[in-house]
Design a binder for this molecule. Structure first.
Ligand SMILES: Cc1cc2nc3c(=O)[nH]c(=O)nc-3n(C[C@H](O)[C@H](O)[C@H](O)COP(=O)(O)OP(=O)(O)OC[C@H]3O[C@@H](n4cnc5c(N)ncnc54)[C@H](O)[C@@H]3O)c2cc1C
Length: 469
């Protein structure tokens, strides 16, 4: 069909769907091509989890509170949207991070000598971490959990007290279930190529000195968190406003069929033909949509579990706290018996996210360790968070400001076998050119992962369409 204008349906209006739709239009425009794009979003509002409410001077994030600047795709997307000068960098004080264990707030050291003299781990655990350099590399290629890797290379103390809460802080996940290869592929590569983590860091720092280039950490350790002046919702709001005429809100897609060399989407009261379909909704929704099309891929997508994650935002006058909350926040190992996975100190990370004299605590509860959190009422959830705040931060009064965000299917869990499940969706993409699966369920749970994959889909679409026309 030379020079025809393709009809593209994007299912899901979170950051993944909005970015993919807008990039498809943008990359097409750059190549002198046009497309007729429609984004179908189930809810009456666009943005998915990437939304911000600014209330009484507090900036409350529904989901992501920022993104790291180590993913060029996100920075490229932001620049193309003309939002670079709206970016806000995390304050230097956000370099201070804490772990709460043994009933005490402990600051995470940033340099190896400080690590050795700190109280962040008991002595035997610290020595075991230092012994990582002597641990032989795993030679068989079998998939392993993040916990098994951490325990094998850095010891049980590190795996329980530091690794598990750190991973909970990113994935709300259980290290005993998550696949190392799926969540930290760089660590697999470091062990395979250099024999271990310290060996890899030493080799990379030598290489950096030799070439004068900056060294990247294994999981973005040197990257800086960014948001926008009005919070992360500014990104999805900008995308939604650019796509305004193409957005169909309160329009859940129910099913997908193959029809006449293209696709047919089924909504409640209508069918919509399309030349290409991007399933940018979470994998559990994609599974329902493709159930009749490819039961194997549907089953695989349906098995990517999303753990419930809840967010409690509490504002307190600074004098009502027994801690200065000067830093990024605190993570809590499960052994501590608290339900909070961790708490971020929003206005310390991004000054201005709370009114003068106030502190904004953003506490995350639930995750793979505690799915029963979903059964609590909002009031019970808040009370739980407040009790944890009393214990950890010496909070002396009820919060002056409160807001709760519930995510019953919050964060995708890349458990053992995840890459195989994603491979099923990729097999279907190959079998049905013009069909794409994207979003946080598959190749990266973060906004950065969504942005990177949005470029992949937009480029792949125009490559395929160009080859067809
Ligand atoms: C509490 C929390 C904190 C987080 N913190 C961070 C962070 O600090 N940094 C970071 O990078 N990431 C963070 N994340 C992850 C981040 O939120 C995700 O990467 C991102 O929101 C995923 O976007 P998405 O578009 O894939 O999914 P979503 O935001 O879930 O959007 C999917 C959309 O699809 C729609 N949909 C579902 N079914 C259908 C259907 N049948 N038809 C049409 N539409 C449908 C939904 O209504 C939704 O709007 C956090 C997540 C949570 C929950």
């Amino acid at each position: 069909m030379p020079n025809s204008i393709p009809k593209i349906a994007v299912v899901g209006g979170g950051v993944a769907g909005l970015a993919t739709a807008w990039l498809m239009a943008e990359l097409g425009r750059e190549a002198g091509r046009r497309a007729e794009i429609t984004v179908f979003e189930a809810l009456p509002e666009p943005g998915g989890a990437t939304r911000t409410d600014i209330m009484e001077g507090f900036t409350c994030e529904w989901g992501p509170n920022g993104f790291l600047d180590n993913e060029p795709a996100t920075l490229d997307l932001v620049a193309r949207l003309g939002l670079t000068d709206r970016l806000v960098k995390a304050d230097e004080s956000a370099g201070r991070r804490f772990i709460y264990w043994g009933g005490k707030m402990r600051e995470l050291p940033t340099k190896p000598p400080a690590f050795l003299v700190s109280d962040i781990l008991p002595w035997p655990a610290k020595l075991r971490v230092a012994g990582e350099i002597l641990v032989p590399a795993k030679r068989n290629g079998a998939e392993e959990t993040v916990y098994s890797f951490g325990r094998r290379r850095l010891g049980r103390g590190f795996a329980d007290l530091l690794l598990d809460p750190m991973v909970s802080g990113i994935f709300a996940g259980d290290t005993r279930e998550l696949s190392l290869e799926a969540v930290f592929p760089k660590m697999v590569a470091m062990e395979r190529e250099y024999g271990g983590l310290f060996r890899a860091l030493i080799a990379k720092s030598r290489e950096a000195k030799r070439t004068g280039r900056k060294m990247g950490g294994p999981s973005g350790a040197n990257a800086v968190l960014h948001t926008f002046r009005e919070g992360m919702g500014e990104l999805t709001a900008a995308l939604a406003s650019r796509l305004a005429g193409a957005l169909r809100l309160a329009s859940p897609v129910q099913a997908l069929e193959v029809r006449d060399g293209g696709f047919l989407l089924r909504l409640e009261n209508e069918t919509v033909p399309a030349d290409a379909v991007v399933l940018a909704c979470p994998s559990w929704a994609a599974a329902e949509i493709i159930a009749g099309l490819d039961p194997d891929a549907a089953q695989a997508a349906g098995r990517i579990w999303h753990a419930p994650v809840d967010v409690v935002c509490h504002g307190h006058p600074a004098p009502n706290l027994g801690h200065d909350l000067h830093g990024f926040g605190v993570l809590v190992p499960r052994s501590e018996g608290l339900r909070a996975l961790g708490s971020l100190w929003s206005d310390s990370i991004f000054p201005g996210q709370a009114p003068a004299g106030m502190k904004l605590l953003r506490t995350i509860l639930g995750g793979a360790h505690d799915p029963a959190i979903a059964e609590l009422s909002d009031a019970e959830l808040e009370r739980t968070a407040h009790r944890n705040h009393e214990q950890m931060f010496g909070v002396r009064a009820e919060p002056a400001f409160r807001r709760v965000f519930r995510h019953p299917r919050g964060i995708a869990q890349y458990t053992l076998g995840h890459l195989g499940r994603v491979a099923q969706t990729e097999r279907l993409e190959r079998e049905l050119p013009g069909l794409y699966f994207t979003g946080a369920s598959y190749r990266g749970v973060s906004v950065n992962g969504c942005a990177k994959d949005a470029f992949r889909v937009a480029r792949a679409f125009w490559d395929q369409w160009g080859a067809r026309s």
